[in-house]
Design a protein around this ligand. Structure first.
Ligand code: ADP
Length: 543
């Protein structure tokens, strides 16, 4: 508890004294109850051997790239209601203590000494589901697993959800970070409808139709009246979201997952050209993934199961692995949604298109005999239907047990030329820094998300440095070609914000102006997405 921790062990945020932090935490305990405030020191950070996907540290980043305590929180506070969140925010203003909100804490880390506001710990209810409108209203602590279970157990089996690759995250947190999944409702922010937000001054606001006191359309019409602020609360530090509405897809009346495999590394450009046209034309109804061999290999087993080599794998070795696990060098995992006559028409178009690529083949998931191996296609069959799972955690262990993940995800035009340029750019840097390229290309609507998964051993400081430097260089390589990342780890936020600098940095300046007006004391997630408040700006806290 707070009183047993010595002054020098407390993790002080900037501009806050020992007495200030103690007073703030005591008063926060009076609001949320003392068992909902946990104070941390360097000695009590969760040990690496304990921290894992289903036992997350809340006080520091699970996949730290810099030093483990670089983004260490002074305390974690778990509010149980909107009123408690508002009370904590008011105290933060009084004591200038920075707050770092999270829903589940899978993408954690903030300015050192911040108080993490763990929104998911106690605010984890499904508040409403409408069968008629196919909508729901959620608190931040509801995970994809929990929402799925809730719908199944409460007679809403006809309502689908849309889960990203891993189902343990928060539905609200993922949409606020502009994450995505793989059903036709996969673009999570565009499928949200209405928010309730605690602003940095502690006042509570509802967006869209929720601004109308007797609203009966908060979850059915996104915009309401006047400027549309919802986007300002994504990847931002302008508010703490306490409720969020979502649209749910009704069971489309039929479903079929499929896999197209392509034998040659050089097939990528042709595949991307075809996917763009089918996707924009809405023949493909969702965002299919174009995965390389090694991402599938990593789902099945670590690298050591395939080879004795500790070097970056070359084309001949990757070809052998592709043969061994029965996939191509590139693989489209997709699905069709709707009754059979609709799917049959769609399938004819897909088959006629992709089978033009020499060496292409296709398959559908087959029923598994008792004890038979589950293939990546079986796994994607669930994911593409929105059923939450954690199969893809396998990636992490590619080069070491309990490995870490650093994502690099630039956006480009969905063309063959750009896909290839990106692929070569990343492979070259990965070879230079000693990492195998594990990646996937996803055509969202019109753009290409390139999702690169750098897996590393966080317990090895040299590997952390190499991982960090590699991505740092790639951010600049990409920017030179006009590509920018859509999401990132905390340690790259300032760099990425700095490359989005058209018009003398007008975008960042606009965000800073909003920040200073909404959060004059600079207490909410300072530095998130490169947006620092006036109080802390230019004082050397940028990373
Ligand atoms: P996940 O759901 O993947 O575990 P996190 O809880 O780590 O995601 O949230 C990702 C990021 O989104 C956090 O670092 C935080 O900046 C922001 N965030 C998450 N939940 C909220 C919320 N309820 N209000 C405001 N920002 C949030």
């Amino acid at each position: 508890s707070l009183s047993s921790i010595s002054d020098q062990d407390l993790i002080l945020p900037p501009d806050v004294t020992v007495d200030g932090l103690r007073a703030a935490l005591v008063e926060m305990s009076e609001i949320v109850g003392s068992n909902n405030v946990k104070v941390y020191t360097k000695a009590t950070m969760k040990p690496d051997k304990d921290g894992q996907y289903f036992n997350l540290p809340k006080e520091h980043d699970l996949f730290y790239v810099l030093e483990k305590d670089e983004f260490l929180a002074s305390a974690v506070v778990s509010p149980g209601s909107v009123e408690e969140v508002s009370g904590i925010v008011k105290l933060a203003n009084k004591y200038l203590v920075p707050l770092w909100p999270c829903s589940m804490g899978r993408n954690l880390g903030g300015l050192r000494g911040s108080v993490v506001v763990d929104m998911g710990a106690r605010m984890n209810k499904v508040l409403n589901v409408s069968e008629r409108d196919c909508t729901c209203l959620l608190e931040p602590g509801v995970s994809y697993f929990e929402l799925y279970d809730y719908l199944q157990k409460n007679g809403h089996e006809n309502l689908w959800i849309d889960s990203p690759d891993l189902g343990g995250g928060s539905v609200v947190g993922n949409a606020l970070d502009r994450g995505a999944g793989y059903t036709p409702y996969g673009e999570h922010f565009s499928m949200h409808c209405g928010m309730e937000v605690v602003l940095p001054n502690g006042k509570v606001m509802r967006t869209g139709m929720g601004a109308l006191p007797d609203s009966n359309t908060w979850q059915t019409f996104q915009y309401g009246f006047g400027p549309y602020p919802d986007g300002l609360f994504t990847q931002s530090n302008f508010g703490i979201v306490t409720k969020m509405g979502f649209w749910l897809m009704p069971d489309p009346g039929g479903y079929q997952a499929y896999l197209f495999s392509f034998q040659n590394d050089s097939d990528l450009p042709a595949i991307v050209e075809y996917v763009r046209q089918l996707r924009i034309g809405m023949v493909i109804q969702n965002a299919p993934t174009i995965r390389n061999t090694l991402i599938d290999a990593a789902v099945y087993a670590p690298k050591s199961e395939y080879t004795n080599s500790k070097e970056v794998l070359g084309d001949a070795e990757i070809d052998l692995i592709a043969k061994k696990i029965g996939v191509g060098r590139w693989n489209i995992y997709g699905a069709m949604y709707g009754p059979k006559p609709m799917r049959d028409l769609q399938w004819e178009a897909l088959k006629a298109t992709f089978m033009q690529i020499p060496g292409a083949s296709y398959e559908f998931p087959q029923p598994r005999a008792e004890g038979a191996k589950q293939t990546v296609l079986h796994m994607r069959e669930e994911t593409l239907k929105g059923i939450p799972n954690t199969y893809e955690l396998g990636w992490l262990d590619w080069t070491c047990p309990r490995g870490s993940l650093l994502g690099f995800s630039p956006i480009s035009p969905a063309t063959g030329v750009d896909a290839n340029k990106q692929y070569q750019m990343v492979r070259k840097r990965f070879l230079e820094f000693g990492f195998d390229y594990i990646g996937t290309f996803v055509v969202g609507w019109r753009e290409l998300h390139h999702i690169v998964c750098l897996t590393f051993d966080k317990t090895n400081p040299d590997e952390r440095r190499r991982a960090h430097r590699c991505i740092e260089l790639l951010i600049d390589d990409a920017a030179k070609e006009g590509y920018g990342e859509y999401r990132t780890h905390l340690c790259f936020m300032d760099q990425i914000a700095s490359v989005y600098n058209w018009g003398d940095g007008s975008s960042l300046k606009f965000n800073e102006q909003l920040k200073d007006s909404l959060d004059p004391n600079g207490i909410l997630a300072p530095g998130k997405s490169g947006v620092w408040p006036a109080r802390l700006r230019g004082r050397g806290f940028e990373i």
